[in-house]
Design a protein around this ligand. Structure first.
Ligand SMILES: Nc1ncnc2c1ncn2[C@@H]1O[C@H](COP(=O)(O)OP(=O)(O)OP(=O)(O)O)[C@@H](O)[C@H]1O
Length: 231
């Protein structure tokens, strides 16, 4: 589903991403963890062709993301509030994204149904622009918009950040639902080790731009990660 080849990003002489090879199979849910500045967001931006690599390539289903737009039809993502259109209401934004993917109003309503718990009656029918929602609720709008097209590949940067505890648990259940029922391939970064291992079957640790661990999640993973991050 996703292949990274000899990927490097250098800023001001510093290598911030350096990944010789990474392959993610269709249907895998991958958790990306690493301390502040490890390069997680930069890697996502390279994968989504938001920035150009210093060296190397990213292929989404064999499409070089820097050379074609085709991958955008089957990729959904939310990295930050910059992905939102802040002068629209949530409904107008979902309609905008739905139109890009040829969805009817009925399709949009149906695709948003699994999000109702997470929305907690605070997103739809609020008569409020996206810019006036709280950070947590903006994140919920962005995640729903990313998943709206039922993408084969879903990329989320720190989806649990800014969410209250109830919302974090609802989001965890929702991501599991998307993984199991919609067979989405997922790439999710998080600083919450316990949430990410509950959603993801494979965990990658990024340190100073390099993938230093690649592990399948099992009953020991949380302890191993806590040990790794205990300095
Ligand atoms: N546009 C830029 N110009 C210069 N340096 C940059 C730029 N973007 C990112 N960096 C640097 O690249 C490194 C990786 O940053 P990145 O935001 O990818 O890390 P991260 O793992 O997402 O961190 P966090 O967990 O804090 O969000 C950092 O040292 C950062 O300062």
């Amino acid at each position: 589903m996703l292949t990274v080849k000899d990927l490097q990003k250098v800023y001001n002489g510093t290598v911030v991403v350096n990944i010789p090879e990474l392959t993610i199979q269709a249907g895998e849910a991958i958790g990306l963890v690493g301390n502040n500045g490890a390069g997680k967001t930069t890697l996502f931006r390279l994968i989504l062709d938001l920035i150009r690599p210093t060296k190397g390539e990213v292929y989404a289903k064999d499409v070089n993301v820097a050379k074609s737009e085709d991958w955008k039809a089957y990729t959904g993502s939310h990295l930050d509030e910059g992905f939102l259109i802040d002068y629209l209401t949530a409904e107008e934004y979902f309609k905008f994204i739905g139109d890009l993917h040829g969805l009817s109003d009925g399709d949009i309503t149906e695709r948003l149904l699994p999000f109702m718990d997470l929305f907690n009656d605070e997103i739809l029918n609020q008569r409020k622009y996206i810019r006036d929602f709280s950070k947590g609720n903006q994140k919920k709008i962005g995640i729903a918009a990313a998943a709206l097209s039922n993408p084969e590949l879903l990329i989320l940067d720190e989806p649990f950040a800014n969410l209250d505890p109830s919302s974090q648990i609802r989001l965890k259940n929702l991501l599991r639902h998307l993984r199991d029922q919609k067979r989405m391939t997922m790439l999710i970064s998080s600083h919450d080790l316990s949430h990410v291992i509950e959603v993801c079957e494979r965990i990658l640790i990024l340190e100073k731009g390099q993938l230093v661990q690649d592990m399948q999640t099992n009953e020991n993973t949380l302890r191993e990660l806590e040990t790794y991050f205990t300095v």
